[in-house]
Design a protein around this ligand. Structure first.
Ligand code: GLA
Length: 377
């Protein structure tokens, strides 16, 4: 990928720039908790977006996407927003840096990636944090701190891409550290690194290839449900709610909002239980909680789909320790914690059964927990 980017950059712009990369993420547990002020447990992975970038001395950004095979050129003022959705991520990052008083000047860029799109691995956060990191390095002497870089990516989603997301993806993409998952408290932003090397187990993703687009999916509606319930309880976020609190107002809210909140309150506690279990090396409990999360996401939060529920059922049948839908939902992949000795059978069975039912195999994505945004040496 790096060689391809270099070749393209040289051909287009005739010079050499600096190479930057940032990563997609997995999330062990803690789904749809970030915008509820709760905990998440993500890690950056070895699937990246990589970009070569050089200042061009103008006030224009000229950028080429190798994977989409499209070129975009835009200015840095609010009215200069490009029409291509991929370019809006980069434009948004520039604008959000400028809005915070940071500097961005014209630059040339070529980028490519191997984060599967629409699989729930946060390719968009990888793109945002790659450019946020690079522009901070190139034009701001790295004076913007890492949390602000993550927030720049998140605000880009809110203000330029129509997704009212939480902070998890951008946080993971910026803060990711090789071999470590991170427990992030999305309210205080306190975080802790957890070395993750479950001996005797493999972590594998199965991509259903059902595509989701959070912008047009009911993601924002889920968030609104949670905010309505929190407002009714007189609290800022569901982080502060208990099941008893929720039951007290059950008759004042819709059945749907009740289900959404029930999931979130349960998930908040599951993340903490998983952290305790991980410290003890108790992967059986980790796996059990993952299945509970899937159940909640499927039945109460209703962000799963038939294909993902089927993959989850297959995992259960194959004795997989833990399995659940990962990311925003409405398609994408499941994350599975599998004992080494069950791995081959699980993969073969999942491929065969899924293919029989849906006419194609799920794509197996092995992940290695890796570093987040960085300059490539
Ligand atoms: C998407 C969002 C995140 C988070 C997850 C669900 O990935 O971008 O902020 O809400 O969904 O956990």
């Amino acid at each position: 990928m790096e060689a391809k980017i270099k070749k393209e950059f040289k051909e287009r712009f005739g010079i050499e720039g600096t190479m930057y990369a940032s990563a997609g993420r997995i999330n062990l547990i803690g789904e749809h908790t970030d915008y509820n002020g709760g905990f998440v447990f993500p890690g950056a992975i070895d699937k990246v977006i990589m970009a070569e970038i050089a200042a061009n001395g103008t006030d224009k950004v000229r950028v080429y996407s190798i994977d989409i095979k499209e070129y975009a050129e835009f200015g840095l003022n609010e009215e200069d927003a490009p029409t291509q959705s991929w370019a809006r991520y980069i434009f948004g990052v520039c604008r959000e840096i400028l809005k915070r008083g940071g500097k961005v000047k014209g630059f040339d860029a070529v980028f490519a990636g191997n984060v599967p799109l629409g699989a729930g691995l946060s390719s968009s956060a990888a793109l945002e944090s790659c450019f946020a990191f690079a522009l901070n390095d190139m034009f701001n002497d790295n004076s913007i701190d890492k949390f602000e870089l993550a927030k720049i990516g998140q605000s880009t989603e809110h203000n330029y891409c129509g997704v009212n997301c939480g902070i998890m993806d951008q946080f993971a993409s910026v803060f990711g550290k090789k071999g470590n998952l991170m427990r992030l408290d999305c309210r205080s932003l306190e975080h802790e690194y957890y070395p993750f090397n479950p001996e005797g187990y493999k972590l594998v993703l199965l991509d259903s290839k059902v595509k989701h687009e959070l912008k047009d999916s009911p993601y924002n509606k889920r968030r609104q449900s949670c905010e309505r319930v929190a407002a009714r309880l007189g609290i800022e976020t569901l982080r502060d709610a208990t099941m008893e609190d929720l039951d007290k107002i059950k008759s004042d809210i819709t059945a749907e909002d009740y289900m959404r909140a029930r999931y979130v309150i349960g998930e908040k506690d599951r993340v903490l239980a998983v952290c305790d279990a991980l410290v003890k090396g108790d992967y059986e409990t980790v796996g059990k909680k993952m299945y509970e999360t899937h159940e909640g996401l499927s039945k109460d939060y209703e962000v799963s789909c038939e294909e993902l529920d089927y993959l989850n059922d297959i995992a259960k049948e194959c004795g997989v320790t833990g399995s659940r839908i990962m990311g925003g939902g409405f398609g994408g992949c499941t994350i599975n914690l599998v004992k080494d000795e069950l791995y081959d059978n699980f993969i073969a069975t999942a491929k065969a059964k899924f293919n029989e039912k849906y006419g194609h195999e799920p794509v197996v994505i092995d992940v290695v927990i890796s570093d987040g945004a960085h300059k490539c040496e």
